[in-house]
Design a protein around this ligand. Structure first.
Ligand code: MF3
Ligand code: CO
Ligand code: CO
Length: 314
């Protein structure tokens, strides 16, 4: 595989040092002959950041799981129409997942009772599927995480039900662009903070707000791994990205204020001011040159992709 070959290439002498010092590699760990030497970069990321870098076999596993996740989201999209309940959506997801010899990761995760999260209108995330029926003009976020051959992939999209009003169109557009701009920051040498900075900068410029309480996360061997990936912050903050890192970017963007409350069920997070909230999520791999999405859908149209979605350094 292409990735296998590239993986052997070293951190360049003039690249940012993967230890996160902000200095050039040649002026830092290469010179010191210390921990961030590429020979033990995997060990270094685990020791220092608790981040488990993925090898080519793992990546193939996560990619395969991601394919199923996207296929499942497509199935949901095709079935969406006014009159369908959030439970109906959950059943579709559950059945498609198990039919493909995979496990729906949310089911019984920390007591979560269903196989997916379905979040309508002012629900930010972690909506529990129930008898609620979708109406013309609603927006609905559907979040699918599957486990296939032991590997996890996690993605979500916000869909329109019937015809969207102007507020629905705006928040879905801003959330979608937030994911695109966040993912565009993913490349070796950039930091996790660069992602949040790009998202916050854009979303707030559109008069929207970024949810703070929920963040993206490492994924692949487990549902939620290190690092945390905030969707706000400053450039240069946080861990330096290095090839083999796999994590989600999943900005939750509110039309009104950023504050949330969690309902009595201990899961459903809603906007405090009742404004609409939208989210898009993909699982991304840091490659030698940028990123590859493990759960690719088109970041211009939202359409599923047959080809790999690969971002490159400009
Ligand atoms: N899929 C969500 C995420 O993107 C997590 C859902 S946890 C659950 O991280 F328990 F609600 F499923
Ligand atoms: Co996630
Ligand atoms: Co998710």
């Amino acid at each position: 595989m292409m990735y296998l070959e590239r993986r052997k290439s070293k951190v360049g002498r003039n690249d940012l040092c993967p230890c996160g010092s902000g200095r050039k590699y040649k002026k830092c760990c290469l010179k010191k002959g210390s921990v961030a030497n590429p020979k033990n970069i995997k060990e270094y990321y685990f020791k220092k950041h608790k981040i488990r870098l993925k090898d080519p076999k793992d990546i193939e596993g996560i990619r395969g799981c991601g394919r199923l996740v996207i296929e499942t989201l497509d199935l949901v999209e095709a079935a969406l129409k006014p009159g369908i309940s959030t439970d109906d959506i959950n059943i579709l997801i559950h059945e498609h997942t198990v039919k493909n010899h995979a496990i729906p990761a949310p089911l019984h995760y920390r007591g979560f009772p269903k196989s997916s999260c379905v979040s309508v209108n002012e629900v930010i995330c972690h909506g529990i599927p129930n008898a609620r029926v979708l109406d013309d003009g609603d927006i609905v976020n559907v979040d699918v995480t599957s486990v296939l051959d032991g590997y996890y992939a996690d993605a979500n999209k916000t869909f329109f039900v019937g015809r969207p009003g102007p507020e629905a169109q705006k928040i879905v557009h801003v959330a979608f662009e937030s994911l695109r701009l966040g993912m565009a920051m993913v490349r070796p040498g950039n930091t996790i903070g660069d992602i949040g900075w790009a998202i916050q900068n854009y979303a707030e410029s559109q008069g929207c707000s970024v949810v703070r309480e929920f963040v993206g996360h490492g994924v692949g061997f487990a549902f939620h791994e290190s690092p945390q990936v905030p969707h706000y912050g400053d450039r240069g903050e946080g861990v330096v990205m290095t090839p083999g890192m796999v994590f989600t970017v999943e900005p939750m963007i509110n039309l009104g204020r950023k504050d949330l409350k969690v309902l009595e069920d201990k899961w459903t997070a809603v906007t405090k001011d009742g404004s609409l909230s939208a989210q898009f999520e993909q699982t991304v791999l840091v490659t030698e040159t940028g990123f590859e999405s493990m759960t690719p859908y088109d970041l211009a149209t939202g359409a599923p992709l047959k080809e790999p979605l690969i971002g490159m350094d400009r």
